[in-house]
Design a protein around this ligand. Structure first.
Ligand code: MSP
Length: 512
């Protein structure tokens, strides 16, 4: 990459386990990443947005056996659920990585060898508790009174040969790094959590198992399968072209941001940086851990039967309402509760009443008072200047909020424009202005300002609601928001005038 070339903005989601079907938790991370990717593209950045699936391990091998399938058959079947869901949710990823792919196999081997050559991998013995019927290892802490926390039967102490990663050697270096880069882990409260983990001594990490087969073998030692995180985390490098395409890799790595849920923070903010230190590779710029969703006040669980299928939510409320709700309901980083009443409330008040009505009443007025034609701007008019100042404030708030991934704040800032327009129409009463020919220019300016704000709303809201904002632009006779690109996308005064508005369907019909 030459110095003048801007680095590609590289954003990732976790790779999802395929021993289970996708639910709203998985949808949440992926939608959030999609919003960031679309926002960065709007700003004119080149973006590489990666998602995918984590397909190896004992659990998958066991699930496959229970279903009478091979592991490969099982993962090929479940991965389709994810691919289909991302289509339904309008996820605009650029690549979909599967850890069972050949390219990943090569990357994990190259990474393992690099770290081993550097002296940070050794062969030792792993000792822990093991449940024979469940074929699962447990730590002392996880046991339930000496028994397996899954089946309740007694666990046995076992000792197994294993490769280890010398993680302890990197503890001080990581602490120093985090102290110098206090925006590496976001939100801030999570950085303290990570520093908390690091107050205890880091133990070397067992990174191989010889008790199952479904995974990537250790290079030159087929008895061992590389274990979970030393396989999964490498996906972020594989997709960036490691080790086969160094040029591509230089354009993409380090990743700009890994979006994850709070439960996998330790792996991304402790394990991953130490792996990268050992391999001599730069760390990602940021790791952002979001909160967890409960459903109607309870933890989602298969046994309770309250796991929410995102496709069913889309069916009931529409994809953009779902995307909007997830990002508006709770600050990104905090926990939230998903309920039908809450999503319905937001659809009816914010989307149908505030935004949808604003569009339909505006289009109706342009049709009635101006034969559908959008009037020209008067850049000297008071309204024009007032709106352009407000928009500039909103633009700055949006930029700040998006830099912090504070989606709820971004939406609140954008809603200042929605509320302003609704108030403005009530105050200016275009229906009265229309009765007085001497006030025609005034009416033009009122309509212009509201129309231009609506056009800007279609751009601001595009990353969150790509379908509805495209419909908005169409009704306003404006170019698709997806086509907008560059630092000036949020500038006031770019409405195409002299074109016709087109009355369309109601954007968000009210839900009963
Ligand atoms: N395979 C690992 C990640 C490896 S990344 C190198 C994994 N997969 S997972 O499928 O179990 O979870 C993926 C993500 O879903 C995690 O970020 C997790 O936080 C998120 N969620 C799972 N349940 C969730 C909720 N109830 N609410 C919000 N997010 C949740 O972990």
């Amino acid at each position: 990459m030459s110095d003048s070339q801007e680095k590609i903005y590289y954003i990732t989601t976790p790779i999802y386990y395929v021993n289970d079907v996708p639910h709203i938790g998985h949808a949440y991370t992926t939608i959030a990443a999609d919003v960031v990717a679309r926002y960065q593209r709007l700003l004119g950045k080149q973006v590489f947005f990666l998602t995918g699936t984590d397909e190896h391990g004992l659990k998958i091998e066991k699930t496959a056996i229970a279903k009478g399938l091979s592991a490969k058959e099982l993962v090929d079947e479940v991965v389709e659920r994810y691919i289909h869901l991302w289509k339904v949710l309008n996820i605009s990823h650029d690549d979909f990585i599967r850890t069972s792919q050949e390219r990943h196999h090569r990357a994990v081997h190259a990474f393992f060898n690099k770290v081993r050559e550097q002296g940070s991998i050794y062969l030792g013995h792993y000792e822990d508790w093991y449940c024979v019927p469940c074929e699962t290892f447990w730590t002392e802490k996880q046991l339930d009174g000496g028994n397996c926390p899954e089946c309740g039967r007694p666990a046995e102490r076992v000792k197994e040969e294993s490769y280890f990663f010398a993680m302890s050697a990197f503890q001080q270096r990581l602490i120093d790094y985090l102290e110098k880069h206090d925006d590496f882990v976001m939100p801030k409260s999570k950085l303290n959590e990570v520093l908390g983990f690091l107050r205890e001594e880091l133990r070397d990490l067992s990174i191989s198992r010889s008790s199952f087969n479904w995974g990537i073998p250790v290079p030159d030692d087929q008895r061992h399968i590389i274990y979970v995180w030393f396989d999964a985390l490498i996906n972020y490098l594989t997709a960036a072209g490691f080790p086969d395409d160094p040029e591509r890799f230089a354009e993409l790595w380090p990743a700009d941001i890994h979006l994850i849920g709070k439960d996998i923070l330790r792996f991304h903010a402790v394990y991953w940086p130490t792996f990268l230190f050992a391999a001599g590779l730069p760390l990602p710029r940021r790791v952002f851990a979001h909160g967890w969703w409960t459903v109607e006040g309870s933890k989602m669980s298969k046994s309770v039967g309250n796991v929410v299928d995102p496709e069913a939510v889309v069916e009931a409320f529409g994809v953009d309402a779902f995307r909007y709700f997830l990002l508006r309901e709770v600050p990104f980083g905090s926990d939230g509760d998903f309920s039908e009443a809450a999503i319905k409330g937001r659809v009816n008040s914010e989307l149908a009443n505030d935004l949808g009505n604003l569009l339909s009443r505006t289009v109706a007025m342009v049709k009635k008072y101006r034969q559908s034609v959008i009037p020209a701007a008067d850049v000297e008019s008071l309204h024009y200047r007032e709106f352009s100042v407000l928009n500039e404030e909103v633009r700055q708030e949006v930029t700040r909020a998006m830099d912090d991934l504070a989606f709820h704040k971004m939406l609140a800032a954008v809603w200042r424009l929605v509320e302003k327009c609704n108030r403005f129409i009530d105050e200016q009463a275009p229906w009265a202005l229309a009765k007085d020919d001497s006030r025609a220019l005034e009416l033009d300016q009122v309509l212009y300002c509201v129309l231009e704000t609506l056009r800007l709303l279609s751009v601001y809201l595009f990353p969150v609601m790509p379908e509805k904002t495209a419909q908005m632009a169409l009704q306003l006779g404006q170019p698709e928001p997806a086509a907008a690109s560059g630092p000036e996308v949020f500038a006031w005064g770019r409405l195409a005038t002299g074109v016709e508005v087109v009355k369309g369907e109601s954007l968000f019909p009210r839900l009963d």
